[in-house]
Ligand binder design. Structure first.
Ligand SMILES: [Zn+2]
Length: 309
């Protein structure tokens, strides 16, 4: 009897109620993408994240649990642009048959140059950190919406409504940040971070980021790179140095002590914080980073919002 009642509820849920829970099982490759999929999928989609909060997706090693999650998933969301170097191996080893979605599709990519990364790096490499511009985040959300509609047509109306509301929030925050940063004089907008994760942020919001490591944390900076970098900091008079939540802070600490610059705080680059940290969602990550970079208090966000940004 119990079983019958349960089956009837589930059937009713599928047929009648568009808001009932978890029709689709999704896997997202890293925590920031996991949040975006959750925002669009709402309670129709169960999202599992492979590289979790404060994790480094560049250095990830495949685990049996993650492989099992991918094998069972209906849909697997990845960033693409070479971010998940382990992705092909994971898909092949699990025999994943679901929908594989590259969410950065259509994003104008930032090509790397020798100047960005020194001589040791692959000049053909594309910079994968496209989520560090909120308007690229909007493109990610549209790709997620399209993919969920494809695998779950009955939920499409809900996905589209969720995506539209969320895109409004992202666009409003993008405008707020552009306004906020425009009030800071350009010579105070040069920032040092551990690895080169912020070029899209720099392009979108007119901030110059310098980093001793390349676009991937698994390539160590050479002693010559570090020496050249320290010289650059001293000549440019840079005083703002930041560590990243998912990178080893030792190199940045060494650079800070050799240049006399102080470490201004922690930026969230390739991963969210845990739920009780300062950047548990994509939107909170941006607010935290701008606050850390330019000392914007939470109250000022709402103040700007009230001005129509
Ligand atoms: Zn990175």
């Amino acid at each position: 009897m119990m079983k019958l009642a349960f089956a009837a509820t589930v059937a009713l849920c599928v047929l009648v109620t568009p808001t009932c829970s978890a029709e689709i099982t999704a896997v997202a490759s890293f925590s920031i993408l996991g949040d975006l999929v959750h925002q669009v999928g709402g309670d129709r989609v169960t999202v599992k994240t492979i590289v979790g909060p404060d994790g480094d997706a560049h250095a990830y090693q495949i685990t049996p649990t993650d492989a099992a999650d991918v094998a069972r998933a209906d849909i697997f969301f990845v960033n693409g642009l070479g971010f998940e170097g382990w992705m092909d191996r994971l898909v092949e080893s699990t025999g994943f048959q679901g929908e594989l979605v590259v969410v950065s599709r259509g994003v104008p990519t930032h090509e790397t140059t020798e100047e960005d990364f020194g001589d040791d790096h692959n000049l053909e490499e594309r910079d994968p950190h496209a989520w560090q511009s909120l308007l690229n985040g909007v493109l990610y959300v549209r790709n997620i919406e399209r993919a969920l509609c494809k695998v779950d047509a009955p939920g499409c109306r809900q996905y589209s409504a969720n995506a539209a509301a969320y895109i409004k929030e992202l666009e409003a925050l993008d405008a707020q940040i552009k306004y906020q940063i425009s009030t800071i004089s350009p010579e105070k907008r040069t920032v040092i971070t551990t690895h080169d994760a912020f070029a899209y942020f720099g392009d979108a919001y007119e901030v110059t980021f310098l980093a001793p490591e390349g676009v991937s944390t698994d390539v160590e900076a050479s002693a010559a790179d570090v020496a050249r970098f320290i010289e650059q900091i001293v000549t440019q008079g840079v005083t703002a140095i930041f560590v990243e939540n998912m990178s080893d802070p030792r190199l940045i600490q060494q650079i800070a002590s050799e240049t006399g610059a102080t470490i201004g705080g922690e930026l969230y680059a390739d991963a969210l914080s845990g739920p009780s940290g300062p950047a548990p969602t994509y939107i909170e990550l941006f607010k935290h980073n701008v606050r850390a970079l330019f000392g914007t208090a939470e109250t000022e966000w709402s103040g700007i919002a009230a001005q129509g940004f």
